[in-house]
Design a protein around this ligand. Structure first.
Ligand SMILES: *Cc1c(COP(=O)(O)O)cnc(C)c1O
Length: 375
C-alpha cells in the first residue's frame, strides 16, 4: 500500500497506535538462549498455575463445544452475584477485563468526550480509548508512583465522561486508600463514570485501608475484576464488571455476543469453587514479595512497595532498563519493561514461587557482576 493510500484508509488514531509488543514466550527464550532454567515473571500471571478443579470442568464443557456459549454466562454470573452480594443484573462477563474496557469505550463515549487516567498505568486502557478516538488526559503520577487524585479531579471538564483507576495500579503496585477514594468521589460529578479496575483484588483485599469499590454505593462507579491473575486463568480470557443495572444493561448491548467461550465459563466457575487455591497463592506472593524487598534493600536497588503480585524496580535510565531486561532474558528470567505503561526506566517483576525468586536473585547477581548496568 502506498503512503497516501495508507493515509486515506486508516484513521489517524489507529495509525498512531503502537502494535502490542508481547513479552517473549518460554518457547522463544528456550529457542534463542537455551538457559538451564526459565522463569516467566513478565505478565503477572499466577506461577502456581490454576485450581486443579479446572481441567475436569473444562473437559465436560468440551462435550458441548459444537453449541454456542451462553451469551450471558448465566451460571457464572449467579455465583459471582452471590459472592459479591449483588443481583446478577449488576454483572457483565466478557473475554477478560481488556474486553470489558473495550465494551466501556464502545458503550459510553461520544466523539467529543474525553477520559482521564494516570500517565503510568495499564496500557490496555490507553489502547482502547485511542481506538475509540476520544481524547485522553494522562495525569502524572506522584513522586511515589501513585495516582494523583487531586490533579485528576481538577482535570475534570464538562467533556469528561470516564476516569480510569487501576487499584492497585499496574505496573506500580501502589494503591489509593479508603479516605482518598471517598474524598475523590465527592469531587466527581454524578455523570462521570469512575472505572475501578481491581485486577489484583484477591491479593489486595486484606490491606486495611484498601477500599473495596463494591462496598460503596456510587451509581457512577464500575468495578472491574478478572480471572487472569490470582485465579490463574489468563489463557481462558474471563473478566467481569459490576455496576448499576442500567449501566450493565447498556454494556450488554455492545458486548460481542458469545464471549467468553463455554470452556472459559466452565473454568471460571471451577476456579471459584476452590478458595484454597487463592489462599495458597496469596501466601506465596506475600513470601515472595518479602524476599524480593529484602533482596532489593541488600542490593541497594530502588523499588516500589506493592500490594499486587508484582514489584516495580526503578533503574536510573531507560538504556539501563533495556540492558538489564535483555541480560536477565539471556539467563532465562523473563521480565517486563514498563515503557508501554508510560514509565521508560522501570522493570516490572511478577512475584513467583521461591524457586523463581531464587532464579531471579542469582541471575541478577551474575548480571551485575558481569556488567556495569547499575553504575
Ligand atoms: C492484567 C490486568 C488486566 C487483565 O486483563 P484480562 O484482559 O482480564 O486478562 C486488567 N487490568 C489490569 C490493571 C491488569 O493489570
Amino acid at each position: 500500500m502506498s503512503d497516501s493510500a495508507n493515509r486515506a484508509l486508516v484513521p489517524f488514531n489507529i495509525r498512531d497506535l503502537s502494535p502490542y509488543v508481547a513479552g517473549k514466550t518460554i518457547a522463544e527464550v528456550r529457542g534463542e538462549y537455551n538457559p538451564p532454567e526459565i522463569s516467566k515473571l513478565a505478565s503477572n500471571e499466577n506461577r502456581l498455575g490454576c485450581s486443579s478443579n479446572v481441567k475436569r470442568e473444562v473437559a465436560k464443557a468440551l462435550e458441548v463445544i459444537q453449541d454456542y456459549p451462553d451469551p450471558i454466562s448465566r451460571q457464572l454470573r449467579e455465583v459471582l452475584a452471590e459472592q459479591n452480594k449483588v443481583d446478577p443484573s449488576n454483572i457483565i462477563i466478557a473475554a477478560g477485563s481488556e474486553s470489558i474496557i473495550s465494551i466501556l469505550c464502545r458503550t459510553f463515549f461520544l466523539n467529543n468526550e474525553e477520559a482521564i487516567t494516570a500517565d503510568v498505568t495499564f496500557v490496555g486502557f490507553f489502547v482502547q480509548v485511542n481506538i475509540r478516538g476520544v481524547s485522553l488526559k494522562k495525569i502524572p503520577v506522584t513522586k511515589d508512583y501513585r495516582f494523583d487524585l487531586d490533579a485528576m479531579a481538577e482535570a475534570i471538564t464538562n467533556r469528561t465522561k470516564m476516569i480510569y483507576i487501576a487499584n492497585p495500579n499496574n505496573p506500580t503496585g501502589t494503591y489509593i486508600t479508603k479516605s482518598e477514594f471517598s474524598q475523590f468521589m465527592r469531587k466527581v460529578p454524578d455523570d462521570v463514570l469512575v472505572i475501578m479496575d481491581e485486577a489484583y483484588f484477591e491479593y489486595a483485599q486484606e490491606v486495611s485501608d484498601y477500599p473495596h469499590s463494591m462496598d460503596y454505593d456510587y451509581d457512577n462507579v464500575i468495578t472491574l475484576r478478572t480471572f487472569s491473575k490470582a485465579y490463574g486463568l489468563a489463557g481462558f480470557r474471563v473478566g467481569y464488571a459490576i455496576a448499576s443495572k442500567e449501566i450493565i444493561e447498556n454494556m450488554m448491548k455492545t458486548k460481542l455476543t458469545f464471549e467468553p467461550t463455554t470452556p472459559a465459563q466452565a473454568a471460571a466457575l471451577a476456579a471459584l469453587g476452590d478458595p484454597d487455591f487463592i489462599k495458597k497463592s496469596k501466601k506465596v506472593i506475600e513470601e515472595g514479595k518479602r524476599r524480593l524487598y529484602q533482596f532489593f534493600e541488600e542490593q541497594q536497588v530502588a523499588y516500589v512497595p506493592s500490594i499486587a503480585n508484582s514489584v516495580l524496580m526503578i533503574l536510573p535510565t531507560e538504556e539501563q532498563a533495556i540492558n538489564f531486561m535483555q541480560a536477565m532474558l539471556e539467563k532465562g528470567v523473563i521480565l517486563r519493561r514498563t515503557n508501554a505503561f508510560g514509565l521508560s526506566n522501570g522493570i516490572r517483576i511478577t512475584v513467583g514461587r521461591k524457586k523463581e525468586m531464587i532464579h531471579f536473585e542469582q541471575s541478577f547477581k551474575k548480571v551485575m557482576e558481569n556488567t556495569k548496568i547499575l553504575s
